[in-house]
Write a protein that binds this ligand. Sequence first.
Ligand SMILES: [Cu+2]
Length: 141
Amino acid sequence: MKTALRLAGLAAAFVMAACDDSTPAPTPTPTPTSVPAADMATMPNPNPNPNPTSPMTAAVTVGPGTALAFAPQNVDIAAGGTVTWTWGGTLAHSVTSDTGLFDSGVKMTGTFSFRFVTAGTYNYFCTVHGRNIMFGSVIVH
Ligand SMILES: [Cu+2]
């Protein structure tokens, strides 16, 4: 007689634990970044001295010949400087500020002077020929 011994194999069950990634990772706290304040002392001055050599006087010819113009049309002077206009032609003209600051009246000869105390741009024209035709400016620094 032959005794058969059957051995039941045991299956070993391996339970694999699922890897659980559901645990939230700690959120890193942002490190405050220090922003350096602008050093005003080292910033370049964009316009330190726009025109250090502006003259104290300027001369303008009013209507040279028969021209309906001021020559030169634009002049630069330093604050406190004086512009003198000289009538140089055969037509009547005026030197009249756009803002009413100065006005020579209509003349055919002679001169007109005005002293500009405050920096700025001063536009003027001739009342005879109109501000769209005969005009100029004084830029005071
Ligand atoms: Cu004129």
